[in-house]
Design a binder for this molecule. Sequence first.
Ligand code: UT7
Length: 334
Amino acid sequence: MYSSKITGLGYYVPDNVVTNDDLSELMDTNDEWIQERTGIKERHWIPDGSEDSSAIMGVKAAKIAIERAGLSKDDIDFIVFATLSPDYFFPGCGVQVQDMLDLPTVGAIDIRNQCSGFIYALSTADQFIKTGMYKNILVIGAEFHSNGLDKTTRGRGVSVIFGDGAGACILSREEDNSKGILSSHLHSEGKYADKLIVASPSIKNWVPEIINSNGKDISYFPYMDGTFVFKNAVVRFSEVIMEGLEANNLQVSDIDMFIPHQANLRISQFVQKKFGLNDDQVYNNIMKYGNTTAASIIIALTEAWENGNIKDNDLVVLAAFGSGFTWGSVIIRW
Ligand code: UT7
């Protein structure tokens, strides 16, 4: 069996920065509430008239990752694209990436696991590499949230949290089994699907039915039971990190860098405190980007690597929790 290693990383966020004060002009909110409850100071939102979309931002991030991996586009064997905000209901963003990057006619799949999307995507790619089926896989997480948010006071409990952006990595075959992705651990609990959901438009509640409701049906906006999600997140984060460490006979003290999904700075801080990690063992950037869902871990991983926070041989732990519910972890020897 082969091992798989991240050989290239890249991210892209739109230039347009939206501060908490900017939001307070759209809805009844304020910088103090948002920072106190979430840690977020600003986020990047695709402005009106921009060409950007989840697929296009994914392509921009992917170009950087491919170049940094020292590969050409023809070396990519497969595409895995994680998003909850695809350009189309179907087909998925993966095939758009194949086209826009003019890659060979390689396979492409989309992963629909929301905040855990990047963990699921990386794990999926890892299996293809480990079995020897592919050598270099392009893994992308991207989200275009801003166009789908309720930017009125009615939606403030959700809309202040989310940001747009994309990250990408190349996962490559590695001969040294002591390096690369050591294991991944995936979970779901669908009975809580309605706790964090965009319910429509769906085949069961299609566009004409929403229009006929004369504005009463707003199930096309994200709904979140924030407190319930928060309580489950802190438990599942802790469990799945421990599961990953134990599977590899590792201890919390072995962690060099923990990169949590950037859902809420308070969740990250809770987990950090529980595990007794120092500030330099946890990477957070939600302050600048908000929650970019499937993009958050890969943007944070890329930034941490660019800033020199991750060194050769470090034990890097990635973990996420989100809608579904879904959660998971990936343990990497860098
Ligand atoms: O990434 C996917 C997973 N998602 C998460 O992990 C999110 C987890 N949950 C959370 O991060 C938090 O629950 C939130 C940040 C979403 C909300 O924080 P909270 O402390 O749970 O606040 P709350 O929803 O209980 O609301 C408290 C109060 C309410 O007012 P009343 O009823 O006490 O008068 C809300 O109406 O804060 C009000 N509120 C706001 N006020 C100003 C809600 N949103 C806002 C806002 N600005 N943006």
